[in-house]
Design a protein around this ligand. Structure first.
Ligand SMILES: *Cc1c(COP(=O)(O)O)cnc(C)c1O
Length: 462
């Protein structure tokens, strides 16, 4: 299947562009998010795709979104190299656990599902840069999980440096060590004397300084990058095919623990392309703005509450605008109007419902109870994010449509929540256990734009 793929902004203000430019642009220059101008219909490919290996499937699913924008053979090579580093030869294995099928997305280097996309994005950036001879300096701010996966995706690559800010002393010891034990010369950890919000503010100020941004060729790897969504579409097809094989059921439903709406948006794309998915189940913790939206049509901001599933402690979901674009009949002026209203008032409302989505929330005690029950009854340890998903998924079990629960992190990343839930210290992984003995490197800086810019300038020798 070969076609030219074009990308447009949800707000209609960018010229149509190819895949490479969409990946390098990240956030659209008109403030919107980039999407393919049309969604490929792959119903005719499903039979052939269902017997492919994970890397073969990844190549097949991604190719129509790339068209002729990468030379022949390049995509296959990038995919092979991205998934060779996964510890399980099946890349994203499925396990039947009690009433659900768990899709383990945590066999990458940092033990979280973000590796599936960020390993690919690191290889893709390196390839694009080597083809043009340019360099790129990634700058990001993290509250914990994204930073380590981004660092793992970029470490040791040529043509790229990465600067990641985290709030000094305010991330878990494991999260801190997963970042600061990476000693490659192109990795620069910055512990900001302040909160996560201070880091976000400094990041915004640095990107708004356009002369600085252009001079040092700054780029971003946050979840609005189209290549991250693209790499995640693959495992929805993979899960649906494997569960169809083992159960004989035509369609599956997939439950997704959700924060920024990136992962579940990839599922929505898979469904629209023709993957055998009957429903998507959106699972939220106490920060349930998205679950409320699917119940009522009202998207309204509330305060952020700290939970045991911190990567879902989000009120404004950066990828939601992509979904809104389809709900508003692909009309950029309507998207713009709703997003402007939301920026002003913290509220927007969309008439009608979407029968493809089911949604619910699980509280911290409900999440702990599910972790305990799955461990006692099925001998399987869920991480707290995955457990939010399992708790919600169990409310929607359907005999004709088996449920896949996306397992977004290995439980060893969240040992305190697991100890609380099961009463024993049972969450271990050799990668995590060895972190405490490794040497670290980190720079502590004040939470100011000037201090971080000076550090970047000196490091890059500008
Ligand atoms: C990032 C993350 C999520 C949420 O994913 P979104 O794409 O932001 O919805 C869920 N679980 C874990 C472990 C994560 O790291």
């Amino acid at each position: 299947m070969s076609r030219d793929s074009t990308y447009v902004s949800t707000r209609g203000g960018t010229p149509p562009m190819g895949f490479r430019d969409a990946v390098l642009m990240g956030l659209a220059t008109d403030g919107g998010l980039l999407l393919p101008a049309s969604i490929p219909d792959v119903h005719g490919e499903l039979r052939a795709w269902s017997s492919l290996s994970y890397p073969g499937l990844a190549k097949a699913v991604m190719a129509p979104f790339i068209g002729t924008d990468l030379e022949p053979g390049v995509l296959g090579d990038l995919v092979e190299r991205s998934y060779r580093v996964f510890a399980d030869p099946r890349i994203c294995p499925l396990t039947a656990v009690g009433p659900v099928h768990v899709l383990e997305l945590f066999h990458g280097p940092t033990l979280a599902f973000k590796d599936v996309a960020l390993q690919f994005l690191g290889n893709l950036f390196e390839y694009i840069l080597s083809a043009t001879g340019e360099c790129l300096n990634i700058v990001g701010a993290t509250s914990g999980d994204t930073g380590s996966a981004a660092i793992a995706g970029v470490r040791g690559r040529s043509g790229m440096h990465i600067f990641i800010m985290h709030p000094h002393g305010r991330v878990s010891p494991i999260q801190e060590r997963q970042m600061t034990t990476v000693l490659d010369a192109n990795v620069h950890n910055i512990a900001i004397e302040g909160t996560f919000d201070d880091g976000q503010r400094v990041l915004k100020e640095i990107f708004n300084d356009l002369p600085f941004k252009n001079r040092f060729r700054l780029g971003a790897v946050n979840s609005v990058n189209w290549a991250r969504v693209l790499a995640q579409i693959v495992y929805y097809f993979h899960a649906a095919f494997r569960v169809r094989e083992s159960t004989g059921c035509e369609r599956v439903r997939v439950c997704v623990p959700t924060g920024n709406f990136g992962d579940i948006f990839a599922g929505y794309m898979a469904l629209r392309m023709g993957a055998p998915i009957g429903h998507l189940i959106l699972a939220a913790n106490e920060n349930d703005i998205l679950a409320r939206f699917f119940a009522t049509g009202v998207y309204s901001r509330g305060p952020v509450v700290a939970t045991t599933s911190p990567s879902m402690d989000i009120q404004i979901a950066s990828n939601f605008e992509r979904y809104l674009y389809y709900r508003l009949d692909e009309q950029p002026t309507r998207v713009r109007k709703h997003m402007e209203a939301f920026a002003r008032s913290g509220r927007l409302e969309i008439p009608g419902t979407d029968a493809s989505f089911l949604a619910g929330r699980a509280t911290v005690p409900e999440t702990a109870a599910v972790i305990r029950r799955y461990y006692r009854e099925h001998g399987y340890l869920l991480d707290p994010h995955t457990a939010v998903g399992a708790a919600v998924a169990e409310r929607f079990l359907d005999d004709g449509e088996p449920t896949v629960c996306l397992a977004t992190a290995h439980p060893a990343k969240f040992p305190e929540a697991i100890r609380e839930a099961v009463g024993e210290d049972v969450a271990h992984h050799p990668t995590i256990d060895s972190l405490m003995d490794l040497p670290t490197r980190c720079n502590v800086l004040p939470a100011s734009r000037a201090a971080v810019q000076e550090f970047i300038r000196v490091t890059l020798g500008g």
